[in-house]
Design a protein around this ligand. Structure first.
Ligand code: MCN
Length: 755
């Protein structure tokens, strides 16, 4: 029986549960200097000078500034439509553009001495006008890069508006929403260490999701041969898209080379809140038109994406928002325009979901507004417009080609599992009774794109002398459980027990190449590559077995029962992997049991339906999420237990954006939520137990049939909850509630509706 599809416990968990995880901060590094960054307290200012004399007067303190660094700038990513003239100086030299930008580097023997010395570094700031709202910034009145002449850092879609887009529509609804800026808050903040070896090569230990890309990025930016750099990513305690290469890691490698001494740095939590790149921060306006019997005909979506002070991946996200704007619906006409705009805030990156939740938030709100206007039940309206089950592959008017799906089945399962009709009846009873606690029911049908930019990934499988196997993967697991699921794939292909398979990741010397992990692409690419490599090893093994058993390779059969092979029709003539490896090792032929594969594929489109049930106190505005039910389809599941864990985390993120989280700046660009005291997020007691159901509609994109699941939870959860809150308040005339729908925003929406 295949191990694939079974709820196998995670192999890595005993290590983590016993506190035996090894993070960058735990690595012993003899004689390492501590690095502390002096960061700007101003959102926008000219730097008059840096006076480090008081700091360097202390014993063992060295201070370096942008003047010492002859490399950079860093970024922007060379992606289509992204303005290339807005690179970030690795250390700010003339101008700072957000609170938290690095202006000087303090090197000390111990960490506390570095913190004390950093406070003595005097920077002369001459404040400049500040802009924090991307719609304001787009007016180009305050310019972050006067030499570029505009704050618009990226464009996508089309600026053309068709006058007749909504011609012939009986019903047209419009709305606007802000997808709040979120701080990723990984449990392990960023950490980096670097050392130059006796051979002159640098080893950098990074808390990262993308070791191989970091190697190219660091060597490229600092101007040396990537062969002279080894990146090691040990255990990483969460990344959520934000742990990709940034200036701090570049500086650590640069310092190790410059000082000839090992260096290390670990972010403090409050440093992480402003320096680690943020997510979301999109201003969306939409118009949806259709017939009065609920057939959708035209849709327009406009996005102002806050890129933060320097365009990094976030500036490209509107491309995904536009691509996915059609949702799960057949809308014949779609117009989209996206603008990414720099502001005096922390740069925006690809936080879990990355541009796709924003698309879902817009279309799912639009559908509810349309349902409200036409009096059609929101679930029924969705059903009338789904891409039909037999309509795949399906190309949307926004240009995405969906691989496979069954959106109606997902919605039907969600509605029956949650007891939709009973909930509506209970809602009607409460409305009639008119008490303060009203029920809201929110539905969201979502679609996600995983592996959105057709990437490739590397996998290698090697049989060891004891008859076990090692999978070397270019994917990186920072919480996703690849040590289990990738081992399951290889074990199944090799006919080996799971405990005989080990997964190696995160070391650029051990693994020939790699893309890393983001865009929920690891399983469909890295997992598939590992599977192909294992299959190739099986074929190689058959040749060797044939030699040893004096048979033809074509007669050798893989036999899971013996964890090895036998000859077709002669089960007694068998050779286990262990026997084979022992003989091959003795003959110097073990190297024949090793294969590497790169696998490239087109994107896949996971989907699902989420239902949220909230109770809203219409006197205080307090929202309580009572139930949350998720149906998710990520194609064929490797390990439903791991996938369910991913759904739990993703849903928590999505719910949290709807109800709790928002990173806020004042008009001078001062962060107001830069500690865990001010930044709201839920604890376990604020959330209900998730009710999850899985569906499996395989994708033809890879041999596993697997799509991604890592970000799916974030797509449906936010609009389901926002729809539920508005639904609870609709009898009071409320048509919109700002996210997060906390007590204050709900109360305000009620007061505005009353007025
Ligand atoms: N899986 C499965 N069957 C499938 C799809 C996935 O069993 N059909 C399993 C996989 O094998 C893997 C896990 O589910 O163990 C997630 O796989 P996948 O969907 O391929 O996503 P990635 O591994 O590429 O993870 C990336 C995704 C992203 S982009 C973010 S952001 C994210 C996330 O995953 N950040 C996370 N999940 C996270 N989980 C934790 N704990 N911490 C983070 O920082």
């Amino acid at each position: 029986m295949s191990i694939l599809g079974n709820r196998v416990l995670r192999k890595e968990d005993p290590r983590f549960l016993r506190g035996e995880g090894r993070y960058v901060e735990n690595l012993p590094l003899e004689g390492a200097a501590a690095v502390t960054f002096v960061r700007s307290p101003f959102a926008h200012a000219r730097i008059g000078g840096v006076d480090a004399s008081a700091a360097t007067a202390l014993p063992g303190i060295q201070v370096l500034t942008g003047a010492d660094l002859d490399a950079g700038p860093f970024g922007p990513p060379p992606l289509p439509g992204i303005e290339q003239g807005m690179g970030r100086p690795i250390v700010a030299k003339d101008v700072v553009r957000f609170v938290g930008e690095i202006v000087a580097i303090v090197v000390s023997d111990g960490r506390t001495a570095g913190v004390d010395a950093a406070e003595l570094v005097l920077v002369d700031y001459d404040p400049l006008p500040v802009v924090v709202d991307p719609r304001e910034a787009a007016k180009d009145e305050v310019l972050l890069f006067p030499e570029v002449g505009t704050n618009v850092a990226g464009r996508s879609g089309s600026a053309d508006h068709a006058d007749d887009l909504f011609a012939g529509c009986d019903v047209v609804v419009s709305g606007a929403l802000v997808s709040p800026r979120m701080a990723p808050c990984p449990l392990e903040p960023r950490s980096a260490a670097a050392e130059v070896g006796a051979d002159g090569r640098v080893t950098a230990w990074l808390s990262t999701q993308t070791p191989h890309q970091d190697r190219m990025g660091i060597a490229g930016t600092l101007g040396f041969d990537p062969a002279d750099l080894r990146i090691v990513a040990p255990d990483v305690g969460g990344g959520f898209g934000a742990k990709m290469l940034s200036t701090e890691e570049l500086i650590l490698v640069w310092l190790a080379r410059r000082l000839g001494r090992p260096v290390r740095w670990t972010e403090t939590r409050s440093e992480s809140m402003v320096a680690l790149h943020h997510g979301r921060a999109a201003w969306l306006t939409f118009t949806l038109g259709g017939s009065s019997d609920g057939k959708l005909e035209a849709y327009r979506l406009d996005v102002y994406q806050d890129a933060g002070a320097y365009p990094v991946l976030g500036s490209f996200l509107p491309n995904f928002t536009g691509l996915m704007s059609s949702g799960v619906y057949t809308i014949p006409k779609i117009e989209f325009e996206g603008r990414s705009v720099v502001t005096n805030t922390t740069p925006i990156t690809a936080f879990r979901g990355a541009g796709r939740p924003e698309a879902t938030q817009a279309i799912e709100r639009a559908l509810d507004l349309f349902a409200d206007e036409t009096g059609i039940d929101p679930a029924e309206l969705r059903r009338r417009n789904f891409v039909p089950k037999d309509g795949f592959p399906y190309t949307t008017a926004s240009g995405a080609t969906y691989d496979s799906g069954d959106y109606e089945a997902a919605l039907d399962l969600a509605l029956s599992a949650v007891g939709y009709n009973e909930l509506r009846a209970e809602q009607a009873r409460r409305r009639e009774a008119g008490g303060p606690k009203q029920l809201g029911i929110g539905v969201a049908s979502y679609i996600e794109i995983s592996n959105p930019i057709n990437e490739q990934e590397f996998g290698e499988v090697e049989i060891t002398a004891d008859g076990g196997a090692i999978v070397y993967t270019g994917s990186f697991s920072h919480g996703q459980g690849h040590e289990t699921t990738f081992a399951m794939i290889a074990a199944q292909r090799l006919g080996l027990p799971l405990e005989k398979v080990t997964v190696v990741k995160g070391d650029t010397d051990a693994i020939a190449s790699g893309g890393g992990t983001y865009g929920s692409k690891s399983t469909q690419l890295g997992g598939a590559a590992a599977g192909l490599a294992a299959e190739a090893v099986v074929e190689q093994a058959k040749t060797l077995v044939a030699d040893y058993l004096e048979a033809a390779p074509g007669d050798v059969v893989l036999d899971e029962a013996v964890a090895g092979f036998h000859l077709a029709g002669v089960p007694a003539r068998a050779l286990s992997w262990q026997e084979l490896a022992t003989r091959a090792a003795a003959d110097g032929r073990l190297g024949e049991l090793k294969a590497a594969k790169d696998f490239q594929a087109y994107p896949t489109f996971p989907f699902g339906a989420h239902v949220a049930v909230v109770e809203v106190d219409i006197e205080t505005g307090k929202v309580e999420l009572q139930r949350f039910l998720a149906v998710d389809d990520a194609g064929t599941l490797i390990n439903p237990l791991v996938a369910q864990g991913q759904v739990h985390g993703g849903v928590a993120t999505g719910v949290s954006q709807a109800l709790f989280e928002a990173f806020v700046y004042d008009e001078d660009g001062n962060p107001l939520t830069n500690t865990f005291v001010g930044y709201a997020f839920p604890s376990a007691s604020d959330l209900p137990s998730w009710e999850t159901h899985e569906m499996e509609t395989p994708t033809p994109a890879n041999a596993l049939g697997a799509k991604g699941i890592g970000e799916s939870g974030t797509m449906g959860a936010t609009p389901a909850v926002q729809n539920a809150v508005v639904d609870a308040l609709s009898p009071y005339g409320v048509r919109h509630v700002d996210m997060p729908a906390n007590g204050e925003n709900v109360w305000r929406a009620l007061q505005e509706a009353k007025a």
